[in-house]
Structures are given as C-alpha cells and as structure tokens.
Design a protein around this ligand. Structure first.
Ligand code: AMP
Ligand code: GLY
Length: 427
C-alpha cells in the first residue's frame, strides 16, 4: 500500500515508525515531515495546511490511504476533498473535526447526548458574556475561544476578575476568528487522562489510557505547553474507572456519533478529568495526541496500517477479536525543548544525537528539527525531540528514556525530569 502521512511533529514520526513495521506498506510518503521522518519516508515539500496541494499529490500518486496528523488540514476539509476523489483518509471530515475546531459544537454535542462534561454557556457578544460572568458567584471559571487557537485559547481563571480579563483577551481579536465566539465553563478539578480511540464511524476502539504533562516545569508548574512528556498505561486508571468510562462516556459517545451521522473516521481523542463527581470530558481532539502517541506506539502490537485502513473504510468490525493488542509493558516519552519554550525560543542550534550508541527499546522521535545549509541537524521549533522508551516497569522505561536524553545535546536544551513521577499524577 502507498500511504501519505500528513504532518511534521513527534507524533507523526512515531506514527511513521509504527507504520513501517507493517508488511502491507510498500511506500510511505510524508508531507512535509522532518529529518527524522525522512529516514522512514519519502518527504514531500507540501505544508500540512496546503489542502489543494495534498489532494493533488494524493491523486497523482494514487495513494491508497492518507493519514492526517494535525487538526488544521482536517478543519480545512482535507478528508472531505479526498473522499470526493475516493481516496481513503484516516482523519474526520469537517463535520467530525468540529468536535475539536468548535468548542461550542463539542459542548452542545455532549449536552444533547448526556455525555458528562463541565456546565457551560456560549456567547458571540462580549457584553453578554460579561453580564453572564458578573451574574455568577465569585470563584474560578474557564474561558475558551471557540475555534482553533494552537492550544492557547483556554484560560483557567481563578476569579471573576480574571475571567472578565480573559473574555477581553479572547474576544479582542488576539485569536482572530477563533475568538469570535467564546465558551464560559465551570472549572472542574481532578486528574486528567487522555483516552485516544480508533473510530470508523460505527465503532470506537479505545487505546490504553495515557497521561501527558502539560506544564513546562517540574512538579506541574509554569505555563501550559503542547505537552512535555507522557506515559502509558496509567496505573491509577483502575478497572472500575475503565468500566465507568465505557458506560458513561464511550457508549453514549459512540451512539451520538452514529445518530448525528458524523461519519467519524480517524482518531478521536477524549480528554478526561477524574472529578469528585466522576469522569467528565474536558475536550475532544480530532487527531492523535502529541506527545501521547510517542508513548503509545511503542506499546501497540496491532498493525497500525490495518487499523488506520479499517477506520478509513468503516470496517473496524472485521478486526480480529475487535480488540487492540498491546505489549504488557510500560512506555514513557520525554520531550526535549528549546530554551524559552513555550514562549519565544531560538532556532538553528546544532543538535548532537547519540548516533551509534547501543540503546535498547528507546527511540528518538523528531519534532522541531531541520537541516541547515551544511546539512547539520539543527533545532527548528519549541519542542525539538521526543525521547520514548519502553520497559517491563515504569522505572525501567524511565531509566532508558533519561539515559538516552542525557546523551543528546543542543544548546539551551531543557526537559522535565519528573515525567510519570510528578506528585499530582498519583490519583
Ligand atoms: P482544552 O483545550 O479544552 O483541552 O483545555 C486545555 C486545558 O485546560 C485542559 O487540559 C485542562 O487542563 C484545562 N481545562 C479546560 N477546561 C477545563 C475545565 N472546565 N475545568 C478545569 N480545567 C479545564
Ligand atoms: N497532548 C495534548 C494534545 O495533543 O492536544
């Protein structure tokens, strides 16, 4: 099979690595990819948001499957356009992608189908939103830009004053169209777990629960980032919680997707919070999580090409046993970032990888990397590399990942040393 993978991050590198293990794969292309992915796939110089270019390429080169990593091309209609040309796509069409690209759509969808989530109200008028916030008792609130805002459109406000400031910020145009509508939510408390699922439009197959570390600093301090590390499975996600997740979230969600005919074919990422009242949905993403994927792929035994194809063709029901197979091991991922991230950061710093060193069961997935004019590997983003490792125990996986990370150098490199160990991650 000829497959085109869209995207250029650590998530896509991990997907490419796993896809390459499929005996059915004949050719793998990646657009635009990165130097790490370039070792596994033929790179196509098309940006992920270049929907016209991607559709034309997939048609000209007769792709059997397109797998979409990031959300932007999905919201722009890449899957819809591929369907018009009968090219199977792993990634939902715009209607399904609304679960990520419109917070209001996602909240209304959950409300219609009784899926537990925080209470909310949506506004297009700043005045009305302000009046609503002022009418609430003093206390924390969450203010969210409705549209895609590169992970920056959510403000957890500690007080009414902060919520009013957040409304001004979101609706003042800082987020462009994404901030034209705003969702004001009750603030929930509790641990967060990511549950990624494979969906073919009719069936939802959950992957292992995985937890990411969103804050930049150790002990879960400092500003939010795209994710500084992840580990799977999450030991504290007990069988009782799995049962609750099945009955209260997955079953109603699967019915809802069918009833609303979202024809959702791809990865549906469910951000969960374990609140004192039970599990609730924080958010949906229309794609694999990053860095969750880098921790999940080393544990997945089932052929990823079979899975993504089955989703794109609506035939997950034919998967043997209808279950995913996982290694009975633990995996972690440590993100190595540029100094200054998630704020401004320098690029172009030379990266010395640990080439030639004998590391077992660990992988360096590239994210913000590039080649300079001399062909040297340099930093090109905030999150530069993801070092993933697998082991019989979490400790073994952590030792492998950190030993590897310590052997990689670039000026200003930083990473959290408490992945899977920060206190708040004990439920
Ligand atoms: P989102 O983009 O909706 O996932 O929000 C980003 C992060 O903001 C989440 O991972 C949570 O940590 C936090 N968050 C979002 N909504 C809420 C909420 N209603 N209560 C508490 N925290 C929230
Ligand atoms: N790690 C969170 C996300 O991918 O959105």
């Amino acid at each position: 099979m000829k497959v085109l993978l869209v995207g250029s991050g650590g998530r896509e590198h991990a997907l490419a690595w796993k896809l390459r293990q499929s005996p059915k794969l004949t050719q793998l292309y990646a657009a635009p990819g990165n130097p790490g992915i370039g070792e596994l796939a033929r790179l196509v110089p098309l940006k992920a948001a270049d929907v016209d270019g991607l559709v034309a390429f997939a048609e000209r080169e007769a792709m059997d499957l397109v797998i979409v990593g990031p959300e932007a091309p999905l919201a722009l209609g890449l899957a819809d356009r591929l369907e018009e040309r009968d090219i199977p796509c792993f990634g939902p069409k715009t209607k399904g992608a609304l679960l990520e690209s419109s917070k209001k759509f996602a909240k209304d969808f959950m409300a219609r189908h009784g899926i537990p989530t925080a209470a909310y109200c949506a506004f297009t008028s700043e005045d009305e939103a302000r009046r609503y916030v002022k009418s609430l008792p003093e206390g924390p609130l969450v203010v969210k830009a409705d549209g895609l805002a590169q992970g920056k459109g959510v403000i957890v406000a500690e007080s009414r004053r902060e919520a009013l400031d957040a409304l001004k910020e979101v609706m003042s145009g800082r987020f462009g169209d994404a901030g034209r509508q705003v969702v004001v939510e009750e603030r929930m408390t509790g641990e967060e777990v990511s549950l990624l699922t494979f969906s073919d439009g009719k069936t939802l197959l959950p992957m292992l629960p995985v937890q990411d570390h969103k804050r930049v600093g150790e002990g879960d301090t400092g500003p939010n980032t795209g994710g500084m590390g992840a580990y799977a499975p999450v030991p504290a996600f007990t069988p009782a919680l799995v049962e609750e997740m099945e009955s209260k979230i997955l079953r109603p969600l699967c019915d809802a997707l069918r009833r609303e005919d979202l024809d959702y074919q791809g990865c549906l990422y469910i951000g969960l919070m374990l609140t004192p009242e039970g599990l609730k949905v924080v958010e949906f993403n229309a794609r694999f999580g990053d860095p969750e994927t880098q921790a999940l792929m080393p544990l997945l035994k089932t052929d990823l090409l079979d899975l993504t194809c089955a989703c794109a063709r609506g035939s997950l029901v034919n998967l043997p046993g209808r279950v995913l197979e996982w290694r009975d091991e633990k995996a972690v991922c440590v993100v190595m970032a540029s100094e200054g991230y998630p704020g401004d950061y320098p690029i172009g710093r030379i990266i010395c990888l640990d080439a030639g060193m004998p590391f077992q069961n660990s992988w360096v997935f590239h994210a913000g990397t590039a080649r300079n004019e001399q062909g040297e590997l340099v930093t090109a983003g905030g999150r530069v590399l993801s070092v993933a490792a697998r082991g019989a125990t979490l400790d073994e996986a952590l030792t492998r990942a950190y030993t590897r990370a310590e052997n990689i150098r670039f000026e200003g490199c930083s990473f959290r040393r408490d992945i899977a160990r920060s206190k708040s991650h004990v439920f």
